[in-house]
Design a protein around this ligand. Structure first.
Ligand code: GLP
Length: 249
């Protein structure tokens, strides 16, 4: 194995453990008088994590006043209030239930004009850099090994940009969009470079449907066909798995 893996009995236990790590980091940064810069992901994998963070806020007083977050990606084009927008996803699962300042919770803007995208992406990265980079990046993994929306073929030094979604990614998303015809063809994603620059990376994967791609990412060669395999070259990355997702390791 070329990436550290931690296997839990189920995704609930795993999510609780990751939430504890995040809570500890937030508190540590607070003591240092520094903001905690979190990279956040969407998809089904981090849902349990966000539920646990909300619980820690409500029941144990964990504060997010000191947190500045940057989401990985957003469909393009996308209205922020649309049922499938990642802005809405993050508000409903996390931001609306904790005390993060709205101006500190960044999600790529799906409403830009084509002409605005390049400058916007540059600015998104510049904001992260000005804060000293991402302290902890949460990731899911696509069935094809994508991270964020860095699909197969994405380069290890790729920047934040507009990307074309793979057919297989669109098929996976099409159930949420009531059919492939309504499913966006493009998205804005944080590039692989900024993900690799994060001081700590935690990738979450649950279920036997992820077992093959987890195995490829962790044990097979580093290749841009499987962008998650780049994490083999990260010095502080971990795959947090349930038993099923780890079954091919
Ligand atoms: C989408 C997201 C990714 C996510 C992936 C996996 O493509 N843009 O960031 O990792 O879905 O989703 P899930 O966690 O539902 O398997």
């Amino acid at each position: 194995e070329n990436i550290n893996t931690v296997v839990f009995e189920n995704s609930t236990d795993a999510s609780k453990e990751v939430a504890q790590e995040i809570a500890a980091l937030i508190k540590e940064k607070e003591k240092e008088g520094k903001p905690c810069i979190l990279g956040l992901a969407t998809g089904s994998s981090p849902k349990g994590l966000y539920a646990e963070l909300v619980r820690l806020h409500k029941e144990e007083g964990l504060s997010f006043k000191n947190v500045i977050s940057f989401n990985l990606d957003e469909y393009y084009p996308m209205e922020p209030n649309s049922i499938n927008s990642y802005v809405r996803f993050m508000k409903e699962l996390l931001f609306d239930h904790v005390d993060i300042l709205p101006e500190n919770a960044h999600v790529p803007d799906g409403l830009l004009t084509k002409e605005q995208i390049a400058d916007y992406c540059h600015e998104y990265e510049a904001k992260i850099e000005a804060l000293g980079g991402i302290d902890l990046q949460i990731l899911g993994i696509g069935g094809n090994g994508h991270i964020g929306f860095n699909e197969s073929g994405s380069l290890q030094n790729s920047k934040t940009r507009l990307v074309a979604l793979d057919h297989i990614t669109r098929v996976a998303a099409s159930k949420d969009f009531f059919g492939l015809n309504n499913t966006p063809r493009t998205a804005i994603t944080l590039g692989v470079k900024k993900i690799m620059e994060a001081k700590r990376v935690i990738l979450l994967a649950w279920g036997e449907g992820k077992a093959n791609i987890v195995k490829k990412s962790v044990e097979d060669e580093v290749t841009n066909r499987v962008p998650a395999s780049f994490l083999q070259e990260h010095n502080n990355a971990v795959f947090v798995l349930d038993k099923e997702a780890s079954s091919k390791l």
